[in-house]
Design a protein around this ligand. Structure first.
Ligand code: UDP
Ligand code: MG
Length: 324
């Protein structure tokens, strides 16, 4: 894409789940940064209330009433961050869209760098956080996650590169053209490609409220990542089956050979128990893998909307995934 000239219409998409304590501070910080970047940026801030049960919606209504550039959408219940981001992307109208968290962990000052890089022609500008100040378990869990996922998926995921990023209009269109119900954003961003710039910033601790991530959730997320991008786990099951069959046939030949040639009977029950338990375990794992894919197909074929809207003042830019 050629370098841009003229004012940049910039949309910020901010998913909020129980963030009443952060929103106004975030708004102030964002406005200050954008004002400092200059008049050649026309901002639009799209907040998505992901079915919060605190005063988030109230704060958003209030903010939108006082500021023309603020828009909001409130989902009918908590659909999760993926759905909330999608709702925001579908409503953002800017030439470039930045997705950012509401909890001030994504420093608004970085918008300046993102805009600069976008102006140089990058379609995706990723702000990648380092892991300073993270709990050790969390860091180790994340590292294990990336190892595991990158070994299994086709697209390369980068540690610390999350949802805080700028997307050009065509990158947003590309993301929105992917209709899947199970949305594993990190993978989708990598899948769409385009010119991508990455820069690293120092991690910030959460300012208020608490994180939704537990080790259990991270584990499920890792599994989602591995299963969302290819059928390699199924392939793995096939290879495991083939390997075991080969081993079993080889063993049988060996036992029969020993009996025929040397007259030695094979020792019995240990072998049997070991193979029954081993095979049982492998069969269950394999069935589980297949089950995961079948489950995914089940969800995809239902073609349910990704979210429902309770209240909005944002006109739709398209008519997907919406009702109410
Ligand atoms: N979020 C959301 N829906 C959810 C959970 C989180 O919209 O079900 C939002 C949340 O308000 C925040 C962002 O997603 O703006 C990141 O959430 P969080 O800070 O809990 O995650 P972490 O920073 O620990 O990755
Ligand atoms: Mg956070």
């Amino acid at each position: 894409m050629p370098p841009r000239t003229g004012p940049l219409r910039l949309s910020l998409v901010i998913p909020c789940y129980n963030e009443e304590a952060s929103i106004e501070r975030l708004y102030d910080a964002v406005s200050r940064t954008i004002a400092a970047v200059g008049d050649d940026v026309e901002p639009e801030i799209v907040f998505v209330d992901d079915g919060s049960d605190d005063g988030t919606l109230r704060v958003l209504r209030h903010l939108a009433a006082g500021h023309p550039e603020v828009r909001y959408t409130s989902l009918s219940r908590n659909f999760g961050k993926e759905a909330a981001m999608l709702a925001g992307l579908e409503r953002a109208t800017g030439d470039a869209v930045v997705i950012m968290d509401a909890d001030l962990q994504h420093p608004p000052e970085l918008l300046r760098t993102m805009i600069e890089l976008h102006r140089q022609g990058f379609d995706q500008v990723i702000a990648r956080r380092d892991r300073r100040g993270d709990k050790l378990v969390r860091t180790l869990a994340s590292r294990a996650f990336y190892r595991l996922v990158n070994a299994w998926v086709d697209v390369e995921l980068v540690d610390g590169a999350g949802d805080f990023r700028l997307l050009s209009r065509r990158a947003v269109e590309a993301l929105l053209s992917l209709p899947e119900y199970n949305r594993f954003s990190k993978g989708l961003y990598a899948w769409i490609g385009f010119n991508t710039a990455t820069f690293t910033y120092a991690n910030e601790a959460r300012q208020a409220g608490k994180s939704r991530w537990t080790i259990g959730k991270l584990f499920n997320y890792a599994l989602d990542g591995m299963l969302s991008f290819n059928n390699r786990p199924l392939r793995g099951a096939v290879y495991m089956g083939l390997l075991l069959t080969t081993v079993a046939v080889g063993y049988m030949i060996w036992v029969i050979g020993m009996a025929v040639v040397h007259g030695i009977d094979a020792p019995g029950y240990v072998t049997i128990i070991a193979s029954v338990i081993g095979l049982g375990g492998i069969q269950m794992t394999t069935l589980g893998v297949i089950g995961e894919y079948v489950g995914r197909i089940y969800y995809e074929t239902k073609r349910r909307p990704h979210y429902l809207i309770r209240e909005t003042e944002v006109p739709l830019t398209r008519d997907v995934g919406v009702a109410g």
